[in-house]
Design a protein around this ligand. Structure first.
Ligand SMILES: NC(=O)c1ccc[n+]([C@@H]2O[C@H](COP(=O)([O-])OP(=O)(O)OC[C@H]3O[C@@H](n4cnc5c(N)ncnc54)[C@H](OP(=O)(O)O)[C@@H]3O)[C@@H](O)[C@H]2O)c1
Length: 280
C-alpha cells in the first residue's frame, strides 16, 4: 500500500498537538479528528508548513456524542480504505457532574465510550493497512480505583474516581484489542504520558482558581512536547511497545485491578451491549 495514513483524536491541544507535529514527516496522510474546526484548520496550516506534501484531512468528531462518532467514522470509511496508525488521544477531566448527549457521565462518554465506538468502526481499516497499529493514550490515573457498576452513569460523582475509571476503561480497551487481534498482526499500546502541562481540566475552572492550582502544580509537570515523547516512541517502535503498557516510555506491568481479566470481560461485554455491538 502506497499511502501511510495516521488518524489521531484530540490533536488540537497538548500531547496530541505535539505528537502530530512530530509525526508530520512520517506519514503521507494525516486525519485530524477534532471537535473544534477553527483550531483544526489552524493546525492543518501548521502541519503543511512542516511538510508541504502531506495530505491533511479534518474530520469533525465530538467524542462525547455517539452520533458524531458514527458520522465521523462513516466519513472516513467512504474516503479511505486503510489506516496505518490510529491514536486515541483525546480526553478530558470534568470537575462537576455533567452528562453527555447520550446520557452517560461525560468523562466516561468522552474518554472511553466514544473512543471505543470509533475504534470499533475504524478497526477494519487498521487491519487493512501494512502497519496495523493502535495507540491508546491512557493514564496512570487508572490506578486510582477498580472498575465498579453502574459503569457508565455512576450514582455518585467524584472527579478523581470518575476520571480514573474512564482511563481504566481505555486500558481494558487496549488489552482487549491486543488479546483479540495481535495474532492477526495488530500492535496495540496503552501509554501513560507522564504528568504533562496541557489544557486538561483547565477549561472547567475559573482563570483565577486555575492560575493558583496549576501555578502550584506546574513545576511538577513536563511540557506537552516532552509528554508526547512516550506516544511518539510507541508509534515509532511497535516492536518494543506492541501489546504493553508504556509508563513515560518504560514498559511496566499494570497494577492488579488493571489486569483483572474477569472485570475487564464484564466491562467490555457491558460496553458492547450498551453500544449495540456484537464484538469489538
Ligand atoms: N496532561 C496529563 O498530565 C495527562 C496525564 C495522563 C494522561 N493524559 C491523557 O492525555 C490525553 C491528551 O490530553 P492533554 O493532557 O493533551 O489535554 P488537552 O491539552 O486538554 O488536549 C485534549 C484534546 O482532546 C480534545 N477533546 C476533548 N474533549 C473532546 C471531545 N468531546 N471530542 C473530541 N475531542 C475532544 C481536545 O479538543 P479541544 O482542543 O477542542 O479542546 C484536545 O485536542 C488525554 O487522553 C488525557 O487523559 C494526560
Amino acid at each position: 500500500m502506497s499511502e501511510s495514513i495516521l488518524a489521531i483524536t484530540g490533536p488540537t491541544s497538548g500531547i496530541g498537538r505535539e505528537t502530530v507535529k512530530a509525526l508530520a514527516n512520517q506519514f503521507s496522510s494525516i486525519l485530524l479528528l477534532c471537535r473544534n474546526l477553527v483550531k483544526a484548520t489552524a493546525l492543518k496550516q501548521e502541519l503543511l508548513k512542516k511538510n508541504v506534501q502531506l495530505n491533511v484531512t479534518i474530520i469533525e468528531c465530538d467524542l462525547s456524542n455517539l452520533s458524531s462518532v458514527r458520522k465521523a467514522a462513516k466519513t472516513i470509511q467512504t474516503q479511505f480504505d486503510h489506516i496505518d496508525c490510529l491514536i486515541n488521544n483525546a480526553g478530558m477531566v470534568a470537575t462537576s457532574r455533567k452528562d453527555s448527549t447520550d446520557g452517560y457521565e461525560l468523562m466516561m462518554a468522552t474518554n472511553y465510550l466514544g473512543p471505543f465506538l470509533l475504534t470499533h468502526e475504524l478497526l477494519p481499516l487498521v487491519m487493512n493497512s501494512d502497519r496495523k497499529q493502535i495507540i491508546v493514550v491512557s493514564s496512570g490515573a487508572y490506578k486510582f480505583v477498580p472498575m465498579k457498576r453502574p459503569f457508565f452513569s455512576p450514582k455518585h460523582f467524584d472527579p478523581i474516581t470518575g476520571y480514573g475509571r474512564s482511563k481504566l476503561g481505555t486500558l481494558y480497551l487496549a488489552q482487549e484489542l491486543h488479546e483479540m487481534y495481535s495474532a492477526k498482526g495488530l500492535k496495540t499500546t496503552a501509554v501513560h504520558p507522564g504528568m504533562v502541562s496541557t489544557n486538561i481540566g483547565k477549561d472547567n475552572v475559573s482563570k483565577k482558581v486555575g492560575d493558583i492550582i496549576f501555578g502550584l502544580l506546574d513545576p511538577l509537570f513536563v511540557t506537552a512536547e516532552e509528554g508526547a515523547q512516550a506516544v511518539i516512541s510507541a508509534v515509532e517502535h511497535p516492536e518494543v511497545y506492541g501489546g504493553v503498557y508504556s509508563h513515560e516510555g518504560k514498559v511496566i506491568a499494570v497494577k492488579k485491578h488493571g489486569s483483572d481479566f474477569v472485570m475487564r470481560r464484564e466491562f467490555i461485554d457491558a460496553t458492547l451491549e450498551e453500544l449495540d455491538l456484537q464484538a469489538l
